[in-house]
Design a protein around this ligand. Sequence first.
Ligand code: NAP
Length: 251
Amino acid sequence: MSAPSFQLTGRRALVTGSSRGIGLALAGALAAAGAHVVLNARDAARLAGAVEDLRATGASVEACAFDVTDEASVLAAAPALGTIDILVNNTGIQRRGPLATMPLADWNAVLHTNLTSAFLVARAVVPGMIARRAGKIVNVCSLMSELARPTTGNYAAAKGGLKMLTRAMCAEWAPHNIQVNGLAPGYILTEMTEPLAADPKFDSWIKGRTPAGRWGSVADLTGACVFLASPAAAFVNGQILTIDGGLSAVI
Ligand SMILES: NC(=O)c1ccc[n+]([C@@H]2O[C@H](COP(=O)([O-])OP(=O)(O)OC[C@H]3O[C@@H](n4cnc5c(N)ncnc54)[C@H](OP(=O)(O)O)[C@@H]3O)[C@@H](O)[C@H]2O)c1
C-alpha cells in the first residue's frame, strides 16, 4: 500500500483574491506542492508584488487581475486563465453594520464578493474540468457559514450561501469527477481582521473563546487547502472543513 499523494505537480491552479492574506498563503502552499498558480485581485500593482515575492521563493506563479464580481471581467479573463485544474474561490470582504440600518450597497457588495463571485468564476472554469473529467474546487467559507454575530448579517448570509453553493456544486459536478469542498476559517490574522485584533476587548474575547487560546495564522489553513486540492481527497466531496482552533466545538 502506497502513501496518499498530496503532490500537485503538473496542475494549474487559480486562487481568487490572492494578493495578500489567506489567498496569498493558499497560493504559496499550492505552488510549494508543485502546482503552477494564477494569482488574482483587482489592484494590479499589489498583485504584481505578490507574484514577485512568491517567485523569489521558487514558486511558479503568474498574475491575472480582474474583478470577480463583474461577469464581463470574469468572462474576458477566462481565455488568459488557461486550463484550470484547481480553483480556490477565496475572495471576500466585510462591511460591518446592524441589519436594521445597513445600506443596500453594503449588503450587495458583500453578497457579490463572497458568494456570487464563486458562482461566476466556477462557471467560467468548470466546462474545462467537465471535459477533462477532473477538477478540484475549494470555496473559502467561514465560521460564519454556521454562526452569526451582530453586525455581520450580510457576511453570514453570504458565507452560509457559499456553504450551500458548495453542496450544490458537488451535486452537479461530482458525477464529472470534480471534488468541491469548503474551507471554513475561524478568526485569522489578516488585513481584514486588523481592526478586530487592534481592539483589546475583541482580542481578549477571541483568545478566551478559542480553545487554542490564540488567533489563527494564514499558515494554519494551508495544509487543509493542499489536501482538498490533492489526489488524497479524491472521495471527499461537498464537505466543509472548519479550521478555527476549536471555537465552533465549544460554548
Ligand atoms: N481573516 C479571517 O479571519 C477570515 C475568517 C473566515 C473567512 N475568511 C475569508 O477568507 C477570505 C480571505 O480573507 P482575508 O482575511 O485574507 O482578506 P484580505 O486580507 O482582505 O484579502 C482579500 C483579497 O481579496 C481581493 N479582492 C477583494 N475583492 C475582490 C474582487 N472584487 N475581485 C478580485 N479580488 C478581490 C483583495 O485584493 P484587491 O482589494 O486588490 O481586489 C485581496 O487580495 C475571504 O473570503 C474571507 O471572507 C477570512
